[in-house]
Design a protein around this ligand. Structure first.
Ligand code: DOR
Ligand code: ZN
Length: 344
């Protein structure tokens, strides 16, 4: 049996929701990761530091006993966010970024930002304080094809943000296109990007070929194979601007298997085994540790973890569903075999 020992990784982009879903999913992340950047797109969204601190407490209370997992909180950017709130966030030990959702781009983004110019004062305050801006990078123009929305965002919106705020530290979340990868590589180290396991493992055929597979539907939507190849190259390149962010986004089964299904893949149950699978396919397992455990911490100016975890190559079958009395959540690769698992 092959074994892989890694410095304990962190997940730099995670949705855990609240209430019953939070209780159902948080243990999966806490088992594998030391810390995670927690997305604020709840209903209602987490806009203020005091809301984020309450949400943090709810997450801590939902953790398995004796877990030392640390949730790293973020705020949801709105044109109403004040300079005082940004200063408070920047001073807080618990807040690590502010998330920009273009209004209408994805799950619970209605309260997001309709026009980037509206948040220029907030971006100026963030540039000054050093608090990172985390971006869902898709335009929402209804005339823009869903497969082009990230490319157009990078070209039209992200490049002007960087031009106007060169000192702003930015994470372009869940990149999905070769254009986004090229753009990140062309910029300074103020710009970094996270990459999900589903975008490393799948192209858009996994969503649409032969049948529609709602559990492979996430946003930004899966792209063509050439884009997946570009993401794999970036993730395994050793370029510290690309790091792990699962974008695990659990929804109830009934909300996914629907005439109007929600976007989001639940991958947290086996996030590291899924990344290991992707890295192994391209013969780059030795690059996994830095991608998963070093580069994100360095970007966020946090110490790297010191504990280690062990993965072993020991095939197992992914459950068809993770169920309890209150929730039923279908995992990525439900019913399929994964080669890697966390050693107990
Ligand atoms: O697929 C996604 N699901 N993409 C996002 O950007 C949001 C997420 C969610 O919160 O469900
Ligand atoms: Zn997300």
């Amino acid at each position: 049996m092959q074994k892989l020992i890694l410095t304990k990784p962190d997940d730099w982009h995670l949705h855990v929701r609240n209430g019953a879903i939070l209780k159902a999913v948080i243990g999966h992340t806490a088992r594998q990761f030391g810390r995670a950047i927690i997305m604020p797109n709840l209903k209602p969204p987490i806009i203020t530091v005091s809301q984020a601190l309450l949400y943090r407490q709810e997450i801590l209370s939902a953790l398995p006993e004796n877990s030392d997992f640390e949730p790293l909180m973020t705020l949801y950017l709105s044109s109403e966010t004040t300079a005082e709130e940004i200063a408070l966030a920047a001073q807080s030990d618990y807040i690590h970024g502010i998330k920009l959702y273009p209004a209408g781009a994805t799950t619970n983004s209605e309260a997001g930002v309709p026009d980037i110019k509206q948040i220029y004062p907030q971006l100026a305050a963030m540039e000054k304080s050093g608090l990172p801006l985390l971006i869902h990078g898709e335009v929402t123009d209804p005339d823009c094809d869903i497969f082009d929305r990230e490319r157009v965002f990078v070209d039209k919106v992200l490049s002007s943000i960087i031009h106007d705020f060169p000192g702003l530290r930015i994470v372009l979340e869940h990149v999905t296109t070769k254009e986004a990868v090229e753009f990140v590589k062309s910029q300074s180290s103020n710009l970094a990007a996270t990459i999900t396991p589903q975008h490393l493992l799948y192209n858009r055929n996994a969503l649409l070929a032969g049948a529609i597979r709602p559990h492979n539907y996430c946003l930004p939507v899966l792209k063509r194979e050439e884009h997946r190849q570009a993401l794999l190259s970036a993730a395994t390149s050793g370029d510290s601007r690309f790091f792990l962010g699962t974008d695990s986004a659990p929804h109830l089964r009934s909300d996914k298997e629907s005439a109007c299904g929600c976007a989001g893949c639940f991958n947290a149950f086996a996030a590291l085994p899924l990344y290991a699978e992707a890295f192994e396919h391209v013969g780059a397992l030795e690059k996994l540790e830095a991608f998963a455990s070093f580069y994100g911490a360095d970007f966020y100016r946090l110490p790297r973890n010191t504990a280690t975890i062990m993965l072993e190559k020991n095939p197992w079958q992914v459950p068809n569903s993770y169920d309890n009395e209150k929730t039923s959540i279908i995992p990525l690769k439900a019913g399929e075999v994964l080669n890697w698992q966390l050693a107990s």
